[in-house]
Design a protein around this ligand. Sequence first.
Ligand SMILES: [Zn+2]
Length: 382
Amino acid sequence: MMDRPPASAGSDVSERARRLYRDAIVIDTHNDLPTKMIDEGYDPDVRHPSSQGHTDLPRLAESGITAQFLAAWVDAPYAQRGPGASFTRAIRYIDAIHTFVDRHPGHLLFATTAGDVRRAKREGKVAILIGVEGGHAIENSLDNLRALHELGARYLTLTWNNGNDWAGSSLGSGDTRTAGLTEFGRDVVREANRLGMLVDVSHASDQTLADVLETSSVSVIASHSSARALADHRRNLHDHQLRAIAQQGGVVCVNFFARFIDARMRHAMDEAEARSAEPLHPENDGEPPRSTPAQRLAALLARIPPTPLSVLIDHIDHIARVAGIDHVGLGSDFDGVPLTPAGMDDVTALPRIAQALIDRGYGDEDVTKVLGGNVVRLLETT
Ligand SMILES: [Zn+2]
């Protein structure tokens, strides 16, 4: 597959969109680059074609993005591996993120606050923030939560596909909790509030989300979730949930995964998985596969037209209409998902979102809010 030319230089992005994007604070609240670094030995310092990865230092720098949250993700099996396993795994990711930033002081800036993000913008650097994904990372200990915060983590995604002892997941993979928060779960939310760590409700079950909104004294984030009214997947949020998050001042950052946002693609992938009984992407649990998910996905996609970029923009537009323009952002899930809409092949393609919003009649101020203005506001409240 040919690597496409950088979007920032593409003729499909107008001068107006380019200028607006360049002047804006642009934030992506979820990216799984550290998983590729740790599990695949992917070198983040050199440029890769988009067919191999969505993110690396050269493309982050070229993208013009202001701030990138990198996920310190703890896979579900660590929850079964005994004391220390999940927490240590989170620390390993956090170390890898710090080491990545430390190697590139001229290009990257480790950030924990809105002020840091603004400083990165002034200095022409990319701010790197950490979100811990999977509440089992804290191993039922508020001390561990405090330690993760101390190491720079600025959100905790309460669950992954697996629920844990105190919070339920939308998928409940491996027969784990899907119910709401326990009393300890409410303590986790209160302690995160006190520390200044955002509570991330992506992946949470409906009841857990409701309990979080009842408990949290601070606005919450959905770091990588899209709209269920447009695509009926349990990882997406219902309209009443979008409104409830917005009422509390929170922000829903749209996930780019074609399987989540495009009902047509979801059905095709569901059917293909049912036939092969093997997952097409690692967010589904399954038996050890015979071929790689990438091979199975490539075979499937040869038969299905790609998801157009307009579908992603539909989700942004829907959340802006239902929750309000102050409550929507970008949470790509780049490098955590194998399939993104056409033209959204990697981090350098983000300016196309500015163009697409302008094309739909969004004014400059509203485009700026979606690109990152709303998330900066959220960081300021923590
Ligand atoms: Zn996720």
